[in-house]
Design a protein around this ligand. Sequence first.
Ligand code: HEM
Length: 391
Amino acid sequence: MSTTQTSQKTFPFKDPYEWYAVLRRKTPVYRMANGQYMITRYEDAQKLLTHPATSHWGQDAQSQVFMSPTQRHIAQTLYTLSPEADKPYRKQILHQLAARSLRIEEDHIHALSIRLIEDLKKCQTIEFMNDYAHKFTFISIASILGIPPSDVNDLCETARALDGGYINNIDGSSDNAAATEFINYLMSFIVAQRKHPGDGLAGSLVELCKAEQEEDSFILSLLILLFYAGHLNMMNFFGNALLALDRNRNYLAELKARDHVDDADVNELLRYDSPLQFIILYARERIDLNGTKIPGGSQLLVSVGAANRDPERYPDPDRLSPSRSDGHLSFGAGAFRCIGARLALLQGRIGLGNFVHHAANFGIKHELVTWRTTPLVQRGPKILPLTIEWR
Ligand code: HEM
């Protein structure tokens, strides 16, 4: 995403919140050197996310003109999931990720998290991102898609080597070895699903794609997009949440005393440090925002991370407090709100609840923590080493 590459060198990955606070106070609608507008106030962000004159990243033919071929490929696939598109995929995914269907997954997700934790109990130091967050979130989404259990662990290793680089490889043009392996696996999986559709989400999508006469390359990009959205966001959620609990030990103590994690906790952790920091929009026509006239054709970088810490919406925003009402923008807002939000809350509740319950105490080796720098829209630690005492 062209935006993001411009500011990659100077972006404060470790802690962008002070920088956001200054922007929000001084220039809440900030025109960047490359002509994009960064939005940092909650009210403005919410208005734009649901504004009839904005389109969401790539979901407009005009905005696709400025994209590289790979970006255009992603945008075209994303468009088929949009509420406006005349395609059945969004409805199908929403149906399979509805509360009733997820009740079946709940036991699997719980068992997976306990299995991973029991395996880790022989270690007094772990690298939280790979040893728990990556495995838990990747295997969860892979199982929901219907990847056979016998293949999941190998694919999880391949995804580890791919290191979140899903969408750069969505059009199959990459020469990265892990990407080639991942894509080759998915292509053979698609062929198998075409012959005998499984009962996972991928099986039903393949059936719909058959009826819509889509090519295998389209199904491939749809699956890669679901891995990107379902795995990377969730993995980063866990890293950010653990760091947040480490900084807010009273809150951690409260969770331990309660011995479970609720949706309200997950929502507050998402507000406090969102895995998705920016949502990219496109102004279809001139928009007047907070006294600034944004010309039609502009790209808008809605800073969800900044909006979620706006003191006008959330008093004392740098404090974690599960009693806040929902309304954070980490899942977006309006018609385009994340279609995996229910699954994200479920995984967050179970995965974090079990970890907090089984880890009697943990300490973060802060000097060894490193941050993910691509894609810039995503925020999360890359390496998060812990010392840990298990129950
Ligand atoms: C904490 C985890 C997650 C966060 C923060 C998150 C955030 C978001 C946001 C902000 C959007 C909307 C972007 C826009 O307005 O243009 C979105 C869309 C989407 N999300 Fe999530 N997501 C998460 C987890 C998941 C999971 C687990 C899935 C699993 C399937 C998923 C699937 C999707 C898909 C397919 C879309 C695109 C649909 C569309 O274009 O409307 N997400 N997500």
